[in-house]
Design a protein around this ligand. Structure first.
Ligand SMILES: [Ca+2]
Ligand SMILES: [Ca+2]
Ligand SMILES: [Ca+2]
Ligand SMILES: [Ca+2]
Length: 300
């Protein structure tokens, strides 16, 4: 990303907030101690948005915090770039309704986010894509957020349900990363731009190709955020601090399920009545012609 005045202002704003937040962390938490101290957070936004940039206080481990958390929905209308709905600020495509819920594990080390996309229209959405984005920071008060790195592990899913089938680890777009643009395009680049030897500000994104959602059908995307390394499915991304004195990490993984509705009771009834009518008509025709409809094998 180029250093336009808007980008510089955004970065300065983010940095300013982070410095203030870091000072608060020093007061509240003191120095980083042990990892796996659990998630603590205030309520998410109505569309599942989270993190301080979205007005939420969201801590993990002993010194981790979420700066931004958001989701993106792309309905593949011709594959044109920039067509994703960013759920914190954009309305969903007409005919697609949205649900969001959270569940914290009893030991508070794993937070499950559940997103549901339902087709309430009478037309099929032929190519739906869902993207999850999180910008975590670790021990900002001690060593800032520029010394962090990411790591993908496991095998991405095939698409159409299952584990994330695309991913991205990148600087979140304030300086050089292209992950935000890729989320808006519904097209992650499956590249880690912040490995351990090139530590910087880390953000993580998972993409799920959901494919077709028929009328009455829906898709559920379950995201597991873990501060003790737990995962679901076959693929995950992890963010960690390269300072050996900073022990926290954040692991994200997910599974998507696409549901095609069963025929409704009324539809089944109509089908049953139609089948009976056809059967009756065949019998009447058979009685007139003497054909039973069942042929014996010849020669018997
Ligand atoms: Ca756990
Ligand atoms: Ca750090
Ligand atoms: Ca990238
Ligand atoms: Ca970050």
């Amino acid at each position: 990303m180029s250093f336009t005045p808007e980008v510089v202002a955004r970065h300065v704003c983010a940095l300013s907030w982070r410095v203030r937040f870091g000072a608060a962390l020093i007061v509240v938490l003191g120095a980083s101690s042990t990892a796996n101290a659990a998630f603590t957070y205030t309520p998410f936004g109505s569309n599942g948005e989270g993190g301080s940039i979205n007005g939420q206080v969201f801590f993990f481990g002993s010194g981790g915090e979420v700066f931004e958390l958001d989701a993106f929905v792309n309905i593949g209308d011709g594959g044109a770039p920039g067509t994703s709905a960013q759920l914190s600020i954009n309305p969903l495509p007409a005919g697609l309704s949205f649900g969001f819920s959270t569940q914290l594990s009893p030991d508070e080390t794993d937070l499950t986010l559940t997103y549901t996309l339902s087709n309430t229209s009478e037309a099929t959405f032929p190519a739906v894509w869902f993207g999850f984005f999180v910008d975590p920071e670790i021990d900002v008060a001690i060593n800032d957020y520029f010394n962090e790195a990411g790591l993908p592990f496991g095998t991405p899913g095939p698409g159409g349900g299952g584990s994330a089938d695309s991913w991205e680890i990148d600087e979140p777009g304030y300086v050089f990363g292209d992950v935000f643009g890729n989320l808006l395009n519904g097209d992650l680049d499956n590249t880690n731009e912040v490995p351990e030897f090139a530590a910087d500000d880390v953000s993580l994104a998972l993409g799920f190709t959901l494919g077709e959602i028929v009328p009455g059908g829906f898709a559920t995307i379950t995201i597991l955020m873990s501060d003790d390394g737990d995962t679901i499915g076959t693929f995950a991304l992890q963010s960690f601090d390269t300072n050996p004195e900073s022990f926290d990490d954040l692991t994200v993984s997910g599974i998507a399920t696409v549901i095609v509705p069963e025929p409704s009771t009324s539809t089944l009834s109509l089908f049953f009545v139609a089948a009976l009518l056809v059967r009756g008509a065949v019998r009447r025709a058979s009685s007139r012609t003497g054909v039973t409809g069942i042929r014996r094998p010849t020669g018997l």
